[in-house]
Design a protein around this ligand. Structure first.
Ligand code: GSF
Length: 202
């Protein structure tokens, strides 16, 4: 399998962390989707990373689809519960963490791709509202539990950890560590795992 992605993308990081946790081999192909000469469109119609090029030539895209697939490949380090409320709960944690990212990415694109006079403060405030509401929800849901889903490390922790790491990377002014001590505690624990250490955004 070949994973197409970048070293900065939090969605790509989520997939890389899952590859590491599942002890699965892959080839990492770096792609700058923002470069004028990017060829990502040949692999993914949406022009986004991550995209997973399968050995039979087919392509899986969207990090949530990719990680779900990877989790089925081996019972090693099961990251998504098999079914029921436990499964949908882990997927919901992931959707919330990814949703915070989606909003923050929109703010970053607004601020980096548009000239300052064309930027919309209303749009930026709307998206930042989602970032802050999402962080609060995640912290409330985590409470004093060791991991998002309770006692077990799951995809929920990976999604939340990748989101927090990216916020620190691109929005250091958002002081989530100070606002939410439980998210800091979780993040520090996750950051000790080799899968997280090896994929710090850059
Ligand atoms: C989001 C991927 C994405 O936005 C997923 O895979 O989970 N829901 C998707 N990737 C960005 C890079 S980044 O912001 O991490 C991307 O490839 N954007 C290119 C574009 O043209 O929007």
């Amino acid at each position: 399998m070949k994973l197409i992605g970048s070293l900065a993308s939090p969605y790509v990081r989520k997939v890389r962390v899952v590859f590491a946790e599942k002890k699965l081999d892959y080839t990492f192909i770096l792609e700058d989707v923002w470069a004028a000469n990017t060829t990502i469109g040949q692999t993914s119609a949406l022009g986004k990373v991550p995209a997973l090029l399968m050995d039979d030539g087919s392509v899986l895209f969207d990090s949530r689809v990719i990680v779900e697939y990877l989790d089925t490949l081996t019972p090693v380090g099961k990251l998504i519960p098999a079914g029921g409320r436990e499964r949908s709960s882990v997927k919901c944690w992931e959707a919330l963490a990814d949703g915070v990212l989606d909003a923050a990415v929109l703010v970053r694109l607004e601020k980096t791709l548009r000239p300052e006079q064309q930027q919309s403060p209303v749009w930026i405030a709307r998206q930042m509202g989602k970032v802050h509401a999402g962080l609060k929800q995640l912290a409330d849901d985590l409470g004093e539990k060791p991991f998002c889903a309770g006692n077990q490390y799951t995809l929920a922790d990976i999604a939340v950890g990748c989101m927090l790491g990216w916020l620190s990377f691109r929005f250091p002014e958002i002081d989530w560590r100070e606002d939410y001590h439980n998210l800091r505690r979780l993040f520090e624990k996750l950051s000790e795992r080799p899968s997280f250490k090896d994929t710090v955004p850059q």
